[in-house]
Design a protein around this ligand. Structure first.
Ligand code: AMP
Length: 192
């Protein structure tokens, strides 16, 4: 089973992906986490990605797609993947489909966590205090990330709707309530 979790920054993708990976025995791939690890270790990839991430912009497709493919290759024995924060552009979505197809795999469902922008800003600023993430501490950068999502990522909803694989749930309320909604949806559609 392969699932894509969508949602604006702060919508809870990472938190929920951590539950889902355990419940369904999936490999969790978060491109944002991989970029942050590379920045911490000061790798070439980290150096290239840093300026984009710090300014709230998407990292170019070429770098991101490469990273994603490597992560899948490192986990080829997996029972399935939960993609968190990938794809974020149409180009990435097409690449993911083609890459999985070559391995006789496909995306089963994509789920968007919908949260009101004002709630998101509060969540992100709070996370910024706890994590020290530069892109979580500045309202202009947060706005820039929302704009990137609205301009480049949200059109992927149409892409997956055309494939009958798109679902959305409210990502508001408590973490447990969202988890329940999410698992009910996955259980209903996991064999689609
Ligand atoms: P996240 O932790 O998913 O919110 O990602 C943090 C940042 O990493 C984003 O604001 C982007 O700069 C970068 N990033 C993560 N995933 C992608 C992706 N699929 N495409 C481009 N940039 C990404």
């Amino acid at each position: 089973m392969n699932i894509v979790l969508f949602g604006m920054p702060g919508s809870g993708k990472g938190t929920q992906a951590n539950f889902i990976k355990i419940k369904y025995n999936l490999t969790h791939i978060s491109t944002g986490d991989v970029f942050r690890e590379n920045i911490k270790k000061n790798t070439e990839l980290g150096k290239l990605a840093r300026s984009y991430i710090d300014s709230g912009k998407l990292v170019p497709d070429e770098l991101t797609i490469n990273l994603l493919e490597n992560k899948i290759e490192e986990n080829t024995n997996s029972k399935g993947y939960i993609f968190d924060g990938f794809p974020r552009t149409i180009e990435q979505g097409i690449h993911l489909d083609n890459f999985l197809f070559k391995k006789n795999l496909s995306i089963n469902l994509t789920i968007s966590l919908e949260v009101d922008e004002r709630i998101l800003i509060n969540r992100i600023l709070k996370r910024g205090v706890e994590s020290g993430r530069a892109d979580d501490q500045d309202k202009m950068k947060i706005r820039q990330r929302f704009d990137e999502y609205n301009q480049k990522t949200s059109i992927l909803k149409e892409y997956y709707k055309e494939q009958n694989k798109f679902f959305s749930i409210s990502g508001q309320d408590s973490i447990n309530q969202v988890k329940d909604r999410l698992t009910k949806l996955i259980d209903k559609h996991k064999n689609d």
